[in-house]
Every structure is written in C-alpha cells, then in structure tokens.
Design a protein around this ligand. Structure first.
Ligand code: C2E
Ligand code: MG
Ligand code: MG
Length: 575
C-alpha cells in the first residue's frame, strides 16, 4: 500500500521536482507535494501547511538550501531536510550538514533517495519523542502534576524576581500568602489518597478563581499553597484576599460522594519585611502560617520579626519536650475531687507536669498545645493513662476507701480519634486490674464539636466499657444542646472562670445555675473546677452542685503526697 508523504520541494526546476516525485512513487510513496523556489513562498507554506520532509536543491537563482535551512530554524521547525543537488563538493556538503541538513545526495544518484528519506523519518520520530520527554521533564520540574499549578521551584523564581524588583523600585510593594488546608491530614487518613487528592485539585481551582489576574498561585507542599500578590497598593489588600480565600475554602467540597468541609490557616509576609532571598521569605511565611494554625482554624497571621524569635523558642521547646517524653522526664500530679456534701475524696484528676532543666517548671497550658501540634500528645496521653491506672491500682491496694475512686485523665482531640486508643486503654485496665468505671476521660467541648462524627463512634465504645466521659471547661466552648443530648456524656466540669466570678458577678452565677439545671435535666453529674474560697463552696452547696475540685481542698499533689494525704486524713475528708 502506498504511504502518503507530505513533501515540500525547494527547487527552481519543475522537471527536477517531478523526477524526485517519480522516484518517491517508485519507492512506494504517495507524495502530496509542492514546489517552492523563493524565501517568501517557503515562508508561507511552512506557516500554513504541515510537512513530513523537505527536499532542497543546493543552489537556485533566487534561493539557496542554506537560506531555506535558516528559515526553518528561525521558525523552530525540526523537519528532515535532505539536499539533492547537481554538483556539490565534499566540503560544501559537510558545511550544509553542519548548518543542519540531515543528508545530501546527487541528482544522478536518486536511488539513494528513498532509503535516505526512510532513515530520516525514523530519526525525526526519535527526535520528536525525546523532545516530548524533555518537555515533560521540564514541566514536572516547574509544575505540579496533580493540580496543574506551578510548583515550589517556579514560585521561588517568581518571588526572587519580585524581591529584586522591590530593591530597585521600593514603591512597588508585593506580598506572599502561604496557606495550608485545615483538616487535610484527617481527610487523607479517613477517606484515602484519591479523595484527598480531589480535595487538593478543587481547592486549587477555588484559589485560582478568587485571586487576581496577575497573582500567582502555586502548590508548594503537599497540602500547602502559596499566592504571590505581585503588586499591591496597600498592605490591607492582603487581608482582603485572605478573607476571600477563607470564604471560598469554607464552602463544602463534594468529593465524588463524601462532602467535606475545610478551611485554611493563612500566613502573610509583605515585600518590605527585610528579606532579600526567596527561601528566607517563604520561611517567614511558613512561620506566620504556623502561628495562624496554632491560633485555631481559619486564622490569618501577618508576619513580624518577633514571631520569628517566638518560633525559634518554640522549636527549641518542641525538641526539649520530645526529649522529655522520650526520657520520661514528665510526671503527673493528682488533684483530689471531692463530694461537696461531705468534702470526701471521690477521685483525682491527673495533671501533667514538666520541670525543664534550664527554664524550670513549664505550665501544661504552654506545652500541651505544642504536644498536640507535633503529634507527641498521643505518646503523652498514653503514658498519662497508664501512669494514672498504675497509681490508682496502688492506692486501691493500700486503702479500702480508694475502691470507689475514679481517676480523670485529660485527652486531646487527635488522641480521642486515634485508632489505637481503645486497645491501649483495654490493656492498661487489664494490666492494673481496674474496671472501666474507674477511668474518666476529660475532653473539651471544642474537641467534640470539631470531631463530632468520629468522636461519636469512640465515645460509644468507651461507654460499652463503662468508662466515664467528662466535658472539661464546660461553658467556654460551643455548649451546643444537641450534642449534649446525643453524645454519651456523664459529667460536666464547670469552667473555673465561672466559679471564680460567681460570687461577684451575677452573670457568672446565672451561668453556673443554668449549667446545674441543664445537667439535672439530662441526668449528668457536675464538677465545679477551681473552687478557691469558702464563699464559693457555700454557694455551690446551696445550688446543689455534686462535686468540686480546687485549691480550697487541695492543690495538685505528687503521688507521694497523695499517699501521705490518704494516710493522714480520716475518712478521706478534706474539710
Ligand atoms: P484542666 O484539665 O481544666 O485542668 C484544671 C487546671 O486548673 C489545672 O491546671 C489545675 O492545676 C488548675 N486548678 C485546679 N484547681 C484550681 C484552683 O482552685 N485555682 C486555680 N487557679 N487553678 C486551679 P494545669 O495543671 O496548669 O493544667 C492546665 C491544662 O492543661 C488542663 O486544664 C488541661 O487542659 C491541660 N492538661 C494538663 N494535664 C494534661 C494531660 O495530661 N493531657 C492533656 N491532654 N492535657 C493536660
Ligand atoms: Mg481537666
Ligand atoms: Mg478544666
């Protein structure tokens, strides 16, 4: 079967061109051909039609093969180019090959034409494929395959250009917004890779749609995007765009079935922040983004230099905490919880303590959030449950009255939904021969609301083991009535702020009363946190609050001090 070949013949002689065509037909081709003999016509046909091969005479009255080659190269075309000439010396031929011709042959030896064409077509195909591979590599080097957005390298190059421009023209301000998708990791672990990728692609589209034409959106890490605002008139514009980003990202994402909600933590750095290198600049954006993330969901932080110092301190603290956990330098103190009717101890809350080798005691309110953000909280929490079970077991062995004690352990949100939690709890209860009812897990409202569906499953499984669930710091979070009704909760712990304000502020008193009424209606027990004065105790008794905890009864105690207390206090009565 004849193969079609689109042949462009650069030749002044019609007869010679037809001879070439006959040779091609004899070689089994069906040539679709055209003859040109001026630069202008070659220019037009190259622009308007596609060609498989070019056969050119070496020298013509109005044109030469070398000029034709030049034109081809100017247009960036890589077509097989064969010179067929009446007379051509060896040196000229070599010169033509150096200029880019692929082969040359003499008009009297046209038998070589077809084999030469076949070889050149094959080689052109090879060149085409390797060019495509190179282009793909280049694409991968600068673009993100998943979202089609520019990647980190490309972004840093553009950022560096802005930094250089800013040094020359300081009135042209720019900014970078760096953002991470809140809950992305959770989506990835619960719904899998494919759906979490879909989330990234949709988020990328939304980001592109809510930024301006000249802004550059890039994917710089797996769940981090950066926006380069190449020109801004006023720093407030960055906050407006951050606001838009929060708005578009908080709309639900429909991922081939599941609908997920997310939002972003956004860090902003302005072009005038004093950095000259793109890497350092983006690092500053990272610091700001991290700050936004630590402050909660959907926050925006504008970078300042102090933040960098705080970040370095924090990093140091993170490392120290990691070491402290690994070498078991943390310890627990236990604060008694008493029955308000007779001040008898009914249990303890375990509170973690850390004495830093250089900085001295560090408050859990400072290091627990760090443990949460770094994932260390799971190790910390497991150890706290185990240690608490071990202590309670000892107390029960030595004091008959301790049989009815329970021990409360604070649990972070990520730990509550950790797949190993239940197995670990079962093991500890079993190791120390404790029934589930001895253990209370203290969880804050915010944790429950943010992980409502996952939390529900875990809470039910805890309930099956008679483990009690206590809502810590009650009144400071969402206080949603519906979750109180639906989730298997046993105890509300009224936040300390209401107890301390109750004797002086009518509003606080009203809140305490409302919580007690609510608890009664729902059949829940109540513990008042932070009871410090006789007046507060008297009020709580009048209001019918069941249990209390606070400095009035006892500060958190070391395990040895608990032993001394249990030994010395008759009937375990603290007042
Ligand atoms: P929390 O669970 O609400 O613990 C009660 C806090 O109130 C404790 O602070 C306790 O020492 C303090 N407190 C108790 N009675 C009084 C009082 O009468 N007056 C005053 N002013 N304070 C009182 P602490 O030990 O500093 O712990 C702070 C928070 O750190 C805890 O609040 C809890 O959220 C977290 N935390 C402590 N230990 C752990 C732990 O092992 N795991 C986790 N995930 N979080 C923990
Ligand atoms: Mg607590
Ligand atoms: Mg509390």
């Amino acid at each position: 079967m004849n193969r079609t070949l689109r042949v462009l013949i650069v030749e002044d002689s019609q007869d010679d061109a037809e001879l070439l065509v006959i040779e091609l037909e004899l070689g089994g081709y069906k040539p679709l051909w055209q003859r040109v003999d001026t630069p202008a016509t070659l220019d037009v046909v190259l622009d308007t039609q596609a060609w498989d091969i070019i056969i050119a005479d070496y020298s013509m009255p109005k044109f030469t093969a070398l000029e034709a080659l030049q034109l081809l190269q100017d247009k960036g075309l890589d077509l097989p180019f064969i010179i067929v000439s009446g007379t051509i010396g060896e040196e000229t031929a070599i010169g033509a090959m150096k200029a880019g011709a692929h082969d040359y042959l003499l008009k009297e030896n046209l038998a070589r034409l077809v084999p030469a064409i076949e070889r050149e077509l094959r080689e052109a195909q090879v060149r085409h494929e390797s060019r495509q591979a190179r282009e793909k590599l280049q694409y991968l080097a600068f673009f993100d395959y998943l979202t089609g957005l520019p990647n980190r390298s490309w972004f840093l190059d553009r950022l560096q250009e802005c930094l250089i421009r800013y040094q020359e023209e300081p009135h042209r301000l720019f900014a970078v917004l760096l953002l991470t998708l809140d809950r992305y990791q959770m989506v990835k672990y619960s719904l899998g890779h494919e759906l979490s990728n879909q989330l990234l692609v949709s988020a990328a589209h939304r980001l592109e749609n809510c930024t301006r034409r000249n802004d550059i959106v890039a994917r710089v890490e797996s769940d981090e995007f950066a926006v380069l605002l190449t020109e801004i008139q006023d720093p407030s514009e960055t906050l407006e765009i951050a606001q838009k980003i929060h708005q578009v990202l908080k709309l639900p994402f429909n991922l081939d079935g599941p609908v997920v909600t997310t939002n972003a933590s956004v860090g902003i750095v302005l072009g005038n922040s004093g950095y000259t290198q793109a890497e350092a600049f983006i690092q500053a954006a990272d610091t700001a983004m991290h700050d936004a993330k630590v402050r909660g969901t959907s926050c925006t932080t504008i970078f300042d230099r102090e933040m960098q110092k705080r970040a370095i301190n924090r990093l140091q603290l993170e490392t120290d905490l990691q070491q402290a956990i690994r070498y078991q330098k943390l310890y627990l103190n236990y604060q008694p919880i008493v029955s308000l009717s007779n001040a008898q101890i009914v249990g303890f809350e375990a509170l973690v303590r850390w004495r830093h080798p250089q900085k001295g005691p560090i408050s859990p309110s400072q290091f627990v959030p760090i443990a949460e953000a770094t994932g260390l909280i799971i190790q910390l929490g497991e150890w706290a449950i185990e240690d608490s079970c071990k202590r309670l077991c000892r107390w029960q062995e030595q004091f008959a009255q301790a049989a009815a004690f329970s021990i409360g352990v604070n649990i972070a949100g990520s730990h509550l939904v950790d797949p190993d939690l239940l197995a670990k709890i079962d093991k500890f209860l079993n190791d120390f021969q404790l029934s589930g009812s001895c253990l209370k897990l203290e969880i804050t409202e915010t944790i429950l609301m943010e992980n409502a569906s996952e939390a529900m499953t875990v809470l039910k499984q805890l309930k099956e083991r008679n483990i009690q669930i206590c809502i810590d710091d009650f009144g400071t979070g969402y206080s949603s009535l519906s979750y109180l009704r639906h989730l298997p909760i046993d105890i509300l712990k009224i936040d300390r702020s209401f107890i301390s304000g109750m004797a002086v502020d009518q509003k606080d008193l009203d809140i305490v009363k409302a919580i007690l009424t609510l608890a009664q209606t729902l059949g829940l027990e109540v513990i008042a946190e932070g009871v410090e004065t006789e007046e507060q105790l008297a009020l709580l008794r009048v209001l019918g609050c069941h249990y209390g905890q606070g400095f009035l009864f006892s500060r958190p105690l070391s395990p040895e001090a608990v032993m001394t207390l249990l030994n010395s206090v008759p009937m375990l009565q603290l007042r």
